[in-house]
Design a protein around this ligand. Structure first.
Ligand code: NAD
Length: 364
């Protein structure tokens, strides 16, 4: 077991939880793998907390807790913004090193068993570091996995649904910047061409857009650029490259006072969670006249599809049609933002608050 991850609960952890406005956090140390498990339950106003399971090596368990708290809160906003009857929750498995084979399976089974003790209070799903196969493994011991029926042998990849939601968000950004969502000839720069960025690039390209692709995986990005006739943008030029819309689909906290002054785009719409280093960075973007699609709205497609599947909607066309409504929801945000001279993030937060407030009102 790694020394760093074997640390006991520290004062910093208690402080983090004291400052948090959520329901509570379940903390467990998985002795066989040395993993710290955090299940953060943020809000259950709209329904039971549901959100993905992140598996990652952190330098300190405190960093994993920060991630869990922030991501769970983000899920409350995401479910409310897309008007789905779920609450905000997220789990983080802070592993001491990459786990494979029996070690990984054992951890996932014990995590599933832990979910069973919560009697359905929290539902999990895929997130960074976990795969559809991991969800199948967890589902061997619990029914609390979104998008997977107990005992099933296939798990749904949320990536293409998330990509569709981002595509519709990009079209909304174009409508509100250049006045038309016709993709022909539009230059869309995608940072990260993984499970979301890859299908997004293909959809944009099929719609006539020009894709500019950037990824730390040089061979993957070169192959996709060649296939789609797109251009490769080196990592050091990703923020300063001229484009119509910048789509961050890799890591969070990339929009900051360091990078926003460099941007040469009309708008930003991507799948990465927590794209802003700080909420005030939304004002910096607004001040520069760059239209920002709040991440928790633009990347809600996968969550939306899983929510629908959970409600019994399984037909692919029905799922896609509902995910496509993300564009119309963003239109409303951008219209309010323009008419009241506020950033789209402020407008989106108001929408979230309105929906939560309405749900909290006692019914007559
Ligand atoms: P992924 O791991 O499949 O792909 C990420 C890609 O980004 C990889 O190709 C990786 O090489 C690349 N990358 C990593 N660091 C980079 C960097 N610094 N610069 C450029 N490229 C980099 O992940 P994904 O499922 O495609 O998700 C992408 C983002 O969207 C993540 O932030 C994730 O949390 C978020 N998200 C994903 C979904 C989903 O349905 N998969 C849903 C909501 C949000």
């Amino acid at each position: 077991m790694s020394g760093a991850l074997a640390s006991p609960m520290t004062g910093e952890m208690f402080e983090l939880m004291a400052e948090w406005d959520g329901i509570g956090v379940i903390v467990r140390h998985d002795a066989p793998t040395g993993t710290w498990i955090f299940i953060a339950l943020h809000d259950d106003t709209l329904g039971r907390p549901v959100g993905g399971c992140r598996m990652k090596v952190y330098e300190r368990p405190e960093d994993a807790l920060v991630d869990a708290l922030r991501l769970a809160k983000g899920m409350t906003s995401k479910w409310a913004a897309i008007d789905f009857p779920f609450g905000g929750g997220k789990s983080v498995l802070a592993i001491p090193h990459e786990l494979e084979g029996a070690e990984r399976t054992g951890l996932l089974h014990r995590f599933g068993a832990l979910l069973n003790t919560l009697n359905g209070t929290y539902g999990t799903g895929e997130d960074m570091g976990t795969t559809p196969e991991d969800m199948l493994t967890i589902a061997q011991v619990t029914s609390n996995v979104m998008g997977v029926e107990p005992g099933s042998t296939a798990a749904i990849d949320p990536g293409p649904y998330t990509a569709l939601g981002v595509f519709e968000s990009i079209r909304s950004v174009l409508r509100h910047t250049v006045g038309s969502d016709d993709m022909t000839g539009k230059r869309i720069l995608i940072q990260g061409i993984g499970r979301v960025g890859d299908p997004l690039a293909r959809t944009i390209s099929a719609a006539g857009g020009q894709v500019l692709l950037s990824d730390v995986d040089a061979s993957r990005v070169a192959a996709l650029a060649e296939e789609l006739g797109g251009a490769v943008v080196p990592a050091e030029a990703v923020y300063s490259t001229d484009c119509d819309v910048f789509a961050p689909c890799a890591i969070g906290a990339i929009l900051s006072e360091d990078t926003i002054p460099l941007l040469e785009c009309r708008g930003v719409a991507g799948s990465a969670n927590n794209q802003l280093r700080d909420d005030d960075d939304a004002d910096l973007l607004h001040g520069r006249g760059i239209l920002y699609a709040p991440d928790y709205m633009a990347n809600g497609g996968g969550a939306m599809a899983f929510g629908l599947i959970f409600q019994g909607v399984t037909e692919d066309e029905a799922l896609k049609s509902r995910v496509s409504t993300i564009g119309a929801s963003l239109d409303e945000i951008f219209e309010e933002s323009a008419s009241e001279s506020i950033s789209p993030l402020v407008s989106a937060s108001r929408r979230v608050e309105r929906i939560l407030m309405a749900a909290r009102m006692p019914t007559a």
